[in-house]
Design a protein around this ligand. Sequence first.
Ligand code: ANZ
Ligand code: ZN
Length: 868
Amino acid sequence: MASPAPEPHRYDFAAAEPRWQREWAARGCFHVADCPADGRRKYYVLEMFPYPSGRIHMGHVRNYTLGDVVARYQRARGAVVLHPMGWDAFGLPAENAARERGIHPARWTYDNIATMRGELQRMGLSLDWSREFATCDPSYYRHQQALFLDFLKAGLVERREAWVNWDPIDQTVLANEQVIDGRGWRSGAPVEKKLLSQWFLKITRFAPDLLAALETLERWPERVRVMQEKWIGRSEGARVRFPLTEAKADFAAIEVYTTRPDTLYGMSFLALAPEHPLAAALSAENPAIAAFIAECRRLGTSEAVIETAEKQGLDTGLRVRHPFLPDQTFPVWIANFVLMEYGTGAIFGCPAHDQRDLDFARKYRLPVRPVVLPPGAEAASFAIGDEAYDGPGAVFNSGFLDGLAADAAKRAAIEALARGGHGEGVVNWRLRDWGVSRQRYWGCPIPVIHCEACGVVPARDLPVLLPEDVSFDRPGNPLDHHPTWKHVPCPDCGRPARRETDTFDTFVDSSWYFARFCSPRAERPVDPEAARHWLPVDQYIGGIEHAILHLLYSRFFTRAMRATGHLALDEPFAGLFTQGMVTHASYRGADGRWLYPDEVETFADGSARHRDTGEAVSVGRVEAMSKSKRNTVDPGAIIARYGADTARWFILADNPPERDMEWTESGVQGAFRFIQRLYRLVAEIAAEGAAPKVASANLSAPARALRQATHRAIAAVTEALENFGFNVAVARIHQLANALAETPAGADADLRFARHEAAGTLARLVAPMMPHLAEELQTLLDPEARLVAEQPWPEADPALLARDQVTIAVQVLGKLRGTVSLPPGSPEAEVAQQARAEPNVAKALAGRRVVKQIFVPDRIINFVIAAD
Ligand code: ANZ
Ligand code: ZN
């Protein structure tokens, strides 16, 4: 079949994009050494690495496009840029695929990686692929195991009991996200809590530093720093011991943590967390208590559950004395809203000044005694209704604390507690140690061996490899079921011992990958010289969903690796950018099922119908793309149809990158048309033949105007790229293209020079965003030229940036009499001379004596004249 004649000047992205990708790869444009020898500035740009779920999605496209713009721009600005890519490859979905479809997790993972690598490569990202690794590669995780053993030696690891979600039917531990409405996601059985021995990384050791150093992260979004600060949660308060009227089990007193010791006189009850050891002791002899605790456990004891659950409690019958009120005793309750993991797992309830305590007190008819008087309120008449008062005021009804303001009352209360031996002031942290044990196969094995005689013994020959011959036909952890894997001799005494069958939380894998990228083939976790050269990451880019845990864990790892001599670094990420989401309208068919955008035809009036059946389709909200709503667009299909540059350009053009952007078909087409238009424009200029190499000193007006537009675009795009203003850069490039299109060719040699310059500049300015098109445009203009990817960023000529003339207001005695136009920066004498010559001003000054002259350069000259 004869192919249609090619249109003149039509950009064939399908041929061009792979050609340039091959060219960049062949020339090693993006390859850098672990320890570059030359003295050029380094720049490390990193996007959060993907989980190999199967295909890339638009969120990836946005993330990696943003990073690539930064990488290409920095390279053009003369930096040696480290821009690596890898795979966050362990995790549950691979195991689910194994159970559901019988594919081995490794096979599933590496197949997905191969697919997604191809998709990323078709995006034309300027990555150093020689650094690629997956966290499930033994050559990566063996170093993670070594790090863990070093942390263990340094006292940064602990083994202790902790509660897990237990599915009694599947006989397996569930992750929090596998518990749905209190039931196992697969079995549907009510989830139980179970105590298991688990490994913890002692992140709390670094809590003060993790908090204090947030201040140094100037290039992090404020809101991320605030989220981290809240998560770390430093508070100042007191521990207070309340003696039991009768000792119970091993308890003579109950210790509580409070941030409000100033309200101690407002106490109405004491409450224990359901998991409190005293509660457990009581439940052994009291079935009602045992039943209540079991009920709390069934509902879940996580913070999220507790915030929303209805307050529930049970009076234990025990009573405590008050440190300041020796004649009074208070009841001890067990309450579902008290968390075991916070403070001491027990509180004193002050309903007047704490909403949860108030809700609880109203429900169980416990007293409500106000002890803080709001400004302006009357002590005699002040009462609490449905709302607790937690504002400022003077303490009253409180013995020796009466009349003090909150802070003074806190201090006085703490002093009195300390004097009486009832308590002391303490700083409390919300941050908990990081439980890293997971009862799963597809994760990094925790490299220890349990020996009855020697205890916990570090594994010797790393890596401890995952066995390949595992079966998923039974619930639970395949490592545990494996016939031989866990049975090993103790490395110390040689007697039969048992391997740890837990694997690491996958957040461990992603907590140090940024460091490994500096020297991905090193024989130790990081090569110190490479790390010193490349770290910290200059620009990290990713989603806000990782604002807390991933970033905090990476900051912890940096400190733990410093403590064990692996890194000499304070903070891993000097700059952080959090991108917005990619959104799309959602569609539903007549039967209510969600439809993919591909299946829907939309019309200008906002209506839509099914492409095949013609049935009416209802158009839903524009929201973040998600599989469940089917409002996703496959990047692979877009790239095949329009090319990578179109996808990149549209994703950058729509909105500032920190905001959500709406993916629309019309937007994509607009980007595609712009590319074609730019190509035509530049092709026409190229067809005009060679332009003069230099411009003459005396440019014609249109030549000068175009050159000015070119250089102003350089300056504006540069500034925009420095500040993540990518949509602004796009707009400025559109402007320059318009200016060029509106300046037709002529016989004027300067104009030919200016048009060539504008076209060449466009090629270079679009390069970070549309790298393939850039190479193509440049080749049109100069087939001999070096790759744009290897060229420096264009420099704006200051002489062409300056505005030609400024308008200066001329005043006489502060009243505007006229204006004059002069080159910017003109000296006062010159401005005065021209101003006096202005006819209107001359008239106002006629016959008058100027006593003073006030001059604001480029703005105003004001003549003050004598009064006579
Ligand atoms: C008495 C009191 C009176 C409190 C008052 C507040 C207001 P932050 O600021 O987040 O640190 N609390 C302490 N341990 C708890 C636990 N394990 N579970 C649930 N709540 C707990 O919160 C500290 C306050 O939270 C503490 O101060 C305590 O209630 C409660 F007018 O003590 B307060
Ligand atoms: Zn042993």
